[in-house]
Design a protein around this ligand. Structure first.
Ligand code: FAD
Length: 256
């Protein structure tokens, strides 16, 4: 797969250690929400990033600073910088029409779910989003989601609003409201809990999993989910919630 060149048009600081990049690509791409791109920084490295939005040749990415490549992006990539990417890659979220959908997101997991909220709205779905953050300083995209759908925000060490995790808020919401589909992206422990609580109630769930992705096209084996043999980059990153529960069971059995 060849690289697509792009130019960064705008950079926005969203929260502590989180930035948004608006990129104009040399050609149109048509990702499905949940699909990702391999962003290549020559002489530094290549990393997977979810599409946070895409409209023709304009795309948006949200980058959380964790290490070498993301640190380089935060420090050195600004308006006018050239970037290179491969994609769209992987399997995205199932896009339903006219359903009641609930999105449960944490941290940079908001990126693909923002894109999904936009698309689901366009398909006549009723959408509600639950956004979970550790602290007020890490919170972002509340207004952006608010323009698209109903929003609930959970902040673990928050000063106002719901104090707790996204899973605590989910539990409260499911007591009062019903949904036909749940989508989740964030920390794996959170997604396992979301999957468990929704599948117990008979609500289908899809979750976007993260592993160390190297080739991005299913060849190198670095992102295989053992012992299921599924490749995150090719068979995912979006999987049925039941897969997460199976992985969790295998982990528990293995640790015994
Ligand atoms: C399908 C997919 C979509 C993603 N979408 C986004 C996104 O939209 N925005 C975003 O900010 N990030 C996203 N990520 C995560 C992002 O790719 C990693 O944070 C990035 O690769 C880290 O690179 P680095 O060189 O900065 O960190 P490194 O220097 O490689 O690592 C720094 C630290 O982070 C840990 N780490 C690195 N990568 C991973 C990983 N994949 N899983 C667990 N721990 C890891 C390392 O063990 C190390 O402790 C996504 C990952 C996947 C698989």
């Amino acid at each position: 797969m060849t690289y697509i060149r792009g130019v960064v048009e705008e950079v926005r600081k969203l929260a502590e250690g989180i930035r948004e990049y608006l990129v104009k690509l040399e050609r149109e791409v048509s990702p499905v929400p949940g699909q990702f791109a391999m962003l290549w920084m020559p002489r530094v490295g290549e990393i997977p990033l979810s599409f946070a939005d895409a409209d023709g040749s304009r795309t948006r990415f949200i980058v959380a600073r964790v290490g070498r490549v993301t640190g380089f992006i935060h420090e050195r990539i600004g308006e006018g910088s050239r970037i290179y990417l491969r994609g769209p890659l992987g399997r995205g979220f199932t896009q339903v029409s006219g359903r009641r959908c609930l999105l449960v997101a944490g941290g940079y997991g908001l990126a693909p779910l923002y894109f999904l909220a936009k698309r689901l709205r366009g398909r006549g779905c009723h959408v509600k989003a639950l956004l979970g953050f550790k602290s007020d300083r890490e919170a972002f995209y509340r207004e952006e989601f608010g323009e698209l759908c109903e929003v609930g925000v959970a902040v673990e060490e928050g000063s106002a609003g719901f104090r707790g995790t996204a899973v605590d808020l989910l539990e409260k919401v499911l007591e009062r409201e019903s949904f036909e589909r749940v989508y989740t992206c964030g920390k794996e422990e959170m997604m396992i809990e979301v999957s468990r609580r929704c599948l117990d109630r008979g609500i289908p769930v899809e979750a976007s999993l993260e592993r160390y992705i190297r080739c991005g096209v299913g060849i190198c084996g670095s992102c295989v989910l053992e012992p299921l043999g599924l490749r995150v980059c090719r068979d995912g990153p979006v999987f049925d919630g039941a897969i997460l529960l199976r992985l969790d069971e295998e982990r528990v059995c293995h640790d015994r």
